[in-house]
Structures are given as structure tokens and as C-alpha cells.
Design a protein around this ligand. Structure first.
Ligand SMILES: Cc1cc2nc3c(=O)[nH]c(=O)nc-3n(C[C@H](O)[C@H](O)[C@H](O)COP(=O)(O)O)c2cc1C
Ligand code: SF4
Length: 778
């Protein structure tokens, strides 16, 4: 074929093909390699195995993570994981990372998220704040707690990551502040981890420790509170002191209460036992055991700081087997405890009873405890525990430190729960040196007055109380109930015995001594809470039967008992603060609903005001309940409308327990300050249109009386009581009211006249006659 005859398009096509072939030959290796790579990528895609470096987060996985966070089980697992991951160097337990758990999906994914958080948290280093809590009735545990504090303080000196330790007496703190949610002060500071050390003796009688245990138990069972509200603690440990001679084994009660506290804390902290419980026998190894325990604690604190963990294998370090076993065991005990609240004790009692030794010889065991079981009376909470059957026991057994402490202070213990004591005013009146304010306000000569209480137990722990922190405190009556006649006879006997002992004291006036041998008045206010006694009305009947007037003071915490109380000559309610927070601080009530109870009592008092004489008793404690509170008190008066308002400056008792509560002489107001307060209160009452006025004073004891205008008759205050008339009216069986048995206040007692009875002689501290003068010129 002639080339000249070839069509043009064919020539162009051949030329293009030629060039393409040349290009392929020049680049074919690149194309082959690229093709293979592309194939591989496609293959990878088809099998869903994208290379990690290029993978974007999968929405499906994200969903799984958040689902896990919102389930309760997942939450718990995640919390545990977060806690452990936050501690550098801690290995996750292999059981959580094995292939079996991986296939369940959520657990594997759950681990990633917190791990990312950990890095930022680790950047902030935590310091440890140690708290040393203790209870002590006879001082041994206090001494041990002091030495523990010393060691912790020296740790603080060497290592700034351990903060200065705090020492706290369980009898004088508000348990809610530390054992419901942890110390408030540091609640928001994530850089401070709290560490609790609790040192406790054990007592098989009621004491402050019983109350502490009850608090832990109630907190755990309170449906409003998380079951492990203290889980933010870094750790805790307990040390118990006991007496192995009297309580030879743990089953027989050796250190039983420390052991119980240890278990409750395990629950409340979510098993943060940092170091095993230490136990010491007071008669042999207490010191050495405490030192060994403290060495362990020191090591634990160092572990926490260095590794962020408690160390593997340490009891309580969270090993799942140990925790689960304990939880199960505790749940069983719990369930039984709900039915039989004192199960552990019963068990011990059985053991003791099976011994041939007389339980009384063992010390601390009352033979009365073998008696039948009465129903416990729950004055307070509405929990089932109060209504359950408990072993009958003495509130203040003869062997108890409370008994020793009270008798040392001059009380005569009557029966198992009552006390009587002659007060300093009775002695003073016998010598003609002046009576207490009740003489000036109501006509009670102190040498005719018996001060007693049928219940040494109370449901408050007031800062100014002079019971030295040893009295049983409780919200429930769980003791045997003595017969009212036994208490009445015992109280009179104790009182007369003490009066007779005054016979030889220089200056006692013969006629007053004679008069004192017939009791005319009874102040039911000594210590404790008289209406706690379940048979109080029968007791009042006995007093009135012998024409002994009754002045009853209650703490406004038992509305039902107040409601049910029969007529008394004068009914008092202690008003220790004008608002909820202040009342909580000063009275430290055991009841959680203390404010509601308090208000309810004021309502009841208002209802009773036309039947009997009602009184608000205010005890002023500077720095606690005085400053800016006059208006608040006026509101309370408007609510309760009492016949009288007694205002008294606190008396400082100078005990270590008072100091422990933060009370010093600085808290005692001067009389001028009391006058200033009363004037402000009076003005506040006037502003509210309430008819009250300042009626009388007893400057000698820093006490002033405000009275309702109901007792301002023909321009004269009638605050005194006509006792004869009172008993005549009572015996007549007719209805009568407070105005029916009142009498004029003596002029020397009017406000501005000092209130010192001219029939007495004022003396100075050394007993030398003092020149009479008006203390306050108004
Ligand atoms: C009335 C009474 C009851 C006691 N009950 C027990 C008890 O149940 N178990 C125990 O181990 N020790 C018991 N003890 C011993 C005390 O726990 C021990 O003396 C302890 O050191 C007291 O500490 P304290 O001085 O800090 O109060 C009891 C002691 C007394 C006086
Ligand atoms: S109410 Fe009375 S007895 Fe009870 S704690 Fe207060 S001051 Fe003490």
C-alpha cells in the first residue's frame, strides 16, 4: 500500500498509540506498585480493619461509653476504675483486663475514658489532711490519741504533703459534720484528701460510743443519704483499747465497739480501710500496740503519697475477695441487727452467762442485765429500731465511769438513772448568804429546794453543759425504768443526807437548818432530760402529794412527752438559740429533725399558757447565741407566748470538756451585757406589739426576768408564786390558770434594785460582809 494513499486519521491514531506505549514502558513500575497498594487498601476496608492512625472516633463506641456511665452498675465500676487509675503506679487487677471481659465490650471501653482524665488530675498533687477522732471516759484513749497526734505532727514537720493533724473528741463534735459527708471545710478542695484515724475504748454500758455507733448505723440506713457517703476519704483506720482481763476474747466483748466502728466505717467509706484495726489491752500491751499500729499508719501515708495507693495485699486495699466477703458478712449481721439491735451484745451475754463466774465480779456487768426486756420507747426517730426489744440494762451502772464521775462531782445516784445534788445556793441560803434567782423571781428560798432529775441521759450535748461529757446521750429510752416511788424516796434521802452534812459548817443558821429538813420545792433540772423518764407524771404526782412544788425544765426536743406532761407548778423550755444553725451549734442535738421538734414544743407551750406558768429559759453564751439574735428570740416569744422569759448569762464550769467545746471565760457575758441584751429583746417585743416588760432581776447570778403583762396587776409585777394557793387549787380538782396563784414581786427584786434578799447578808469571796449597793443604776 502506497503511503501517500493512507488516510490522515490513521496516521494520527498510530502516532498516539506509539506515544502511549512509550509512556507505559517508562512508568510501568510505578503503576504496578500503586495498583497493588490500592488493592491492599480496598481489601483492608472490606475487612473493616482501618489502620489506627487514620481512624476517626466511631459513634457506636462513643454511645457505648455513655451508656456505661449511666447504668448504676457501670457507674460503680467506673468509679472504682477512676479511683484506682488516679493513683499512679497502681496495676489494674488482671481479672478486669482478661480476654473474657474484653469480649463483653462495655468494660473494655469504660477503661479508656477515665485513663484520659487521669493525666490532668495527676497534674495536681493531693495533700493529706489527717483527722484523729477519739472517745475517752477515763482518759486512757485520750492519752493514746495525744501520742498519735504527736507522731502525725512530726510527719507534718518532715513532709509538707501531710497537713497538720486535727484532734477531735467524739463527745464534742457534731457527728453530722464529719460522718455524713466528710469535713465541710475541705469539701470543695480537690487537692486535699482526708484521712481518718479513730481511737476508741469499748464499754458494755451506754456511753457516748453507743451514740456514735448508732449514728454510723443510722447514716448507713438513711434513705436520704448515699450508702457510702464517706467514699471521698483517702482512707481510715481504727484503734481499739479494751481490757482483756474482763473481756477475754473478741467474742466476749474485747474491743467490741472499736471492731463495730471499723465495720461501719468500711461500709460508709466504700471500703477505704487503709490499715487493719489495731487492738490494745490496757493492762498489758496498749502502748506497744498503739505504736505498732502507728508505724503501719505512717507507712501507709507514705505509700499513698509516693504511689497514690494503699499498697497491694494490705487488708482493706480493695482486693475484691476480701471486700465481698466482708460485705456479705455485714449484710447478714445488719439484717439480724434490724430485728435484734443488740445482737452482738446478746451473743456476748450468752457467753458470759454460760461462764461460772458471776458477771458482776467481772466488772462492768450489772446483774440487772439478766432481767426481762422491756419495750424501748422511741422518743425521736421514726425508725423501726426504736420499737424493737432490747435487753434491760442500767443507764448508769455502779461500775461505770459515769457513776464515778457524777459521784465525784457530788451527785447521789438514785436507782439506775436518777440523780440528786444540793446546789451551792442551798448551802449559801443555809448560811444566810443569799438564795438563787428563783427566790427573787418566784419566792423559792434555796434551802427549801431539792434539785434532782429522773433521767441523767439527754438528747443534746450542749456546749455549756457541766456533765463533763460522760453522761449517756441518746434519742431513745433503752434502759430499765425505775419505780417513781423508789426515785422519790431515794432523792429525798440523798438530799436530806447532804443537808445534814451541813450541820457543822460554820455560819449555818439554826432556823434555816430546821426549815431545810422539809423539802418544799423540787427543781427538775439538774442534768439530763427529766421528761425522758417514761413515768414522769407519776413522779410529779408523788411530789405534789407531799406539797412539793415542781419546776420542770425540758430541752424542747420531745414534743410528744411535753404534750402528755401533767400540770407542773412552772414549766420551762430551754431556748438556747434563736435560729436553726445557732441551735445546732450550741445544743448539738442528736435528733436530725431537732428544729422541727423545737418549734413543735413552742406550739405546745403556747397551748398550755393559760393552764400553767410557762417559761422560756435563755442562757446567753457570748460568741454563740447573743450577737444580733434579739430579733430572732422575739420571734420565738411571739410563737410560744410564754408567761415569763428568764435570761441568764452562762456559768463557766471550767472543765476540759467545756474547753473542748470551744468554751472559755470569754464566752461568759458581763451583767451589763445581759442587761443590754434584755433591753434590746424588750424593745423587739414591744415593736411586735407583744405585752411584756422587764419585771425583776438577780444581778448576783446574772439573771433577769421578762414577764407577760398578764402578771402586771394594778401596776405591780406579780411574778411570785403563792404555793399554798397552788396546792389548794390542785387538790380542789377545779380548772385554774397561772394568774390564780401569783403574788406580788418583792420591791428589792424589781429591775433596778439588784434582787438581793435583805434577809440575807452579802459576803465577799472570803466570807467577809459586803457593803450592800445597787449593782446597776438604770
Ligand atoms: C464499765 C466498764 C465497761 C467496760 N466494757 C468493756 C468491754 O465491753 N470491752 C472491753 O474490751 N473493755 C471494756 N472496758 C475496759 C475499757 O474499755 C478500758 O478500760 C479502756 O482503757 C478505757 O478507756 P478510756 O480511759 O479512754 O475510757 C470496760 C470498762 C468499764 C469501766
Ligand atoms: S439540755 Fe440540759 S442536761 Fe441536756 S445537755 Fe443541755 S444543759 Fe445538759
Amino acid at each position: 500500500m502506497d503511503m501517500n494513499e493512507t488516510p490522515g486519521w490513521l496516521v494520527v491514531f498510530a502516532d498516539r498509540l506509539d506515544r502511549l506505549l512509550a509512556f507505559w514502558h517508562a512508568h510501568r513500575i510505578v503503576f504496578v506498585v500503586g495498583g497493588v497498594l490500592l488493592g491492599l487498601v480496598l481489601l483492608w476496608r472490606l475487612r473493616g480493619q482501618e489502620p489506627p492512625s487514620t481512624r476517626a472516633p466511631s459513634p457506636a463506641t462513643e454511645e457505648k461509653t455513655s451508656w456505661l456511665d449511666t447504668t448504676s452498675a457501670g457507674n460503680e465500676k467506673q468509679n472504682i476504675f477512676e479511683r484506682t487509675q488516679n493513683r499512679p503506679g497502681l496495676q489494674r487487677p488482671s481479672s478486669n483486663t482478661n480476654s473474657k471481659t474484653k469480649t463483653t465490650g462495655p468494660r473494655v471501653v469504660s477503661g479508656r475514658k477515665p485513663a484520659q482524665r487521669t493525666t490532668s488530675q495527676q497534674a495536681k498533687k493531693q495533700t493529706i489532711q489527717p483527722y484523729v477522732f477519739y472517745a475517752s471516759l477515763t482518759g486512757n484513749t485520750k492519752a493514746t490519741a495525744d501520742s498519735v497526734l504527736e507522731r502525725l505532727a512530726s510527719l507534718n514537720g518532715h513532709n509538707s504533703d501531710i497537713l497538720k493533724p486535727e484532734l477531735l473528741d467524739l463527745a464534742y463534735i457534731d457527728l453530722d459534720d464529719y460522718f455524713v459527708s466528710g469535713p465541710k471545710a475541705q469539701a470543695d478542695d480537690v487537692n486535699i484528701a482526708n484521712f481518718y484515724l479513730v481511737l476508741l475504748p469499748s464499754y458494755d454500758i451506754d456511753s457516748i460510743i453507743t451514740n456514735f455507733l448508732e449514728h454510723l448505723r443510722e447514716t448507713h440506713h438513711d434513705f436520704r443519704i448515699d450508702t457510702a457517703p464517706l467514699s471521698q476519704l483517702r482512707g481510715y483506720s481504727v484503734f481499739g483499747l479494751g481490757d482483756i482481763e474482763g473481756w477475754p476474747s473478741e467474742e466476749q466483748g474485747f474491743c467490741s465497739q472499736a471492731i463495730e466502728v471499723d465495720k461501719w466505717l468500711a461500709k460508709l467509706t466504700g471500703r477505704k480501710r487503709a490499715y487493719p484495726i489495731g487492738l490494745g489491752d490496757i493492762k498489758s500491751n496498749a502502748k506497744q500496740a498503739a505504736e505498732e499500729w502507728m508505724t503501719g499508719i505512717t507507712q501507709t501515708l507514705q505509700d499513698i503519697l509516693e504511689q497514690g495507693s494503699l499498697g497491694e495485699g494490705v487488708a482493706g486495699s480493695g482486693a475484691p475477695i476480701e471486700s465481698d466477703d466482708e460485705a456479705e458478712e455485714e449484710e447478714v449481721v445488719d439484717d439480724l441487727q434490724d430485728e435484734f439491735p443488740d445482737l452482738g451484745r446478746k451473743k456476748r451475754q450468752k457467753l458470759n452467762n454460760s461462764n461460772t463466774i458471776d458477771v458482776e465480779d467481772m466488772g462492768g456487768k450489772s446483774s440487772r442485765s439478766k432481767q426481762n426486756t422491756p419495750l424501748a420507747i422511741d422518743f425521736t426517730t421514726y425508725s423501726s429500731s426504736g420499737a424493737s426489744v432490747q435487753p434491760r440494762k442500767a443507764m448508769v451502772p455502779k461500775e461505770s465511769p459515769t457513776y464515778t464521775s457524777l459521784t465525784k462531782q457530788g451527785y447521789t445516784i438514785v436507782g439506775t438513772h436518777s440523780g440528786v445534788k444540793i446546789c451551792r445556793w442551798t448551802k449559801s441560803a443555809l448560811r444566810g448568804r443569799g438564795s438563787c434567782y428563783k427566790n427573787s423571781f418566784y419566792g423559792i428560798a434555796s434551802h427549801l429546794c431539792m434539785e434532782t432529775t429522773p433521767s441523767l441521759s439527754c438528747s443534746n450535748k450542749c456546749v455549756f453543759c457541766w456533765r463533763h461529757g460522760t453522761n449517756p446521750v441518746s434519742t431513745t429510752w433503752r434502759w430499765e425504768v425505775d419505780d417513781p416511788q423508789l426515785i422519790f424516796d431515794g432523792a429525798k434521802e440523798g438530799h436530806y443526807k447532804k443537808i445534814k452534812m451541813m450541820r457543822g459548817v460554820p455560819g449555818v443558821r439554826a432556823e434555816r437548818f430546821e426549815e431545810a429538813m422539809r423539802i418544799r420545792h423540787c427543781a427538775l433540772s439538774l442534768v439530763g432530760e427529766p421528761i425522758f423518764y417514761p413515768r414522769i407524771n407519776e413522779f410529779l404526782g408523788l411530789l405534789h402529794g407531799e406539797q412539793i412544788s415542781s419546776f420542770l425544765v425540758c430541752n424542747a426536743q420531745h414534743p410528744q412527752q411535753l404534750q402528755d406532761l401533767d400540770r407542773v407548778t412552772q414549766l420551762y423550755v430551754s431556748i438556747d438559740a434563736s435560729n436553726k444553725e445557732s441551735l445546732r451549734k450550741i445544743d448539738r442535738p442528736l435528733h436530725r429533725d431537732f428544729w422541727e421538734r423545737f418549734n413543735s414544743c413552742l406550739d405546745i407551750l403556747r397551748e398550755k399558757r393559760f393552764v400553767q406558768r410557762t417559761v422560756f429559759r435563755l442562757t446567753l453564751v457570748k460568741g454563740f447565741n447573743v450577737e444580733d439574735e434579739a430579733e430572732g428570740y422575739a420571734d420565738l416569744v411571739a410563737k410560744g407566748l410564754p408567761c415569763f422569759v428568764e435570761v441568764k448569762g452562762v456559768t463557766y464550769c471550767g472543765t476540759t470538756s467545756a474547753a473542748g467545746a470551744g468554751l472559755t471565760m470569754q464566752n461568759v457575758p458581763f451583767y451589763e451585757e445581759v442587761v443590754e441584751f434584755v433591753t434590746a429583746l424588750n424593745a423587739a417585743l414591744e415593736r411586735r406589739g407583744l405585752g411584756y416588760g422587764i419585771a425583776a432581776e438577780h444581778a448576783h447570778s446574772c439573771c433577769i426576768l421578762l414577764a407577760s403583762n398578764r402578771f402586771l396587776i394594778d401596776g405591780v409585777w406579780n411574778t411570785v408564786i403563792n404555793y399554798e394557793k397552788f396546792f389548794n387549787l390542785l387538790e380542789s380538782g377545779k380548772d385554774f390558770g397561772p394568774e390564780d396563784y401569783c403574788a406580788p414581786t418583792a420591791e428589792w427584786a424589781w429591775f433596778g434594785n439588784g434582787g438581793f434578799d435583805p434577809r440575807d447578808e452579802r459576803v465577799d469571796r472570803k466570807g467577809r460582809p459586803k457593803e450592800e449597793k445597787k449593782l446597776i443604776a438604770i
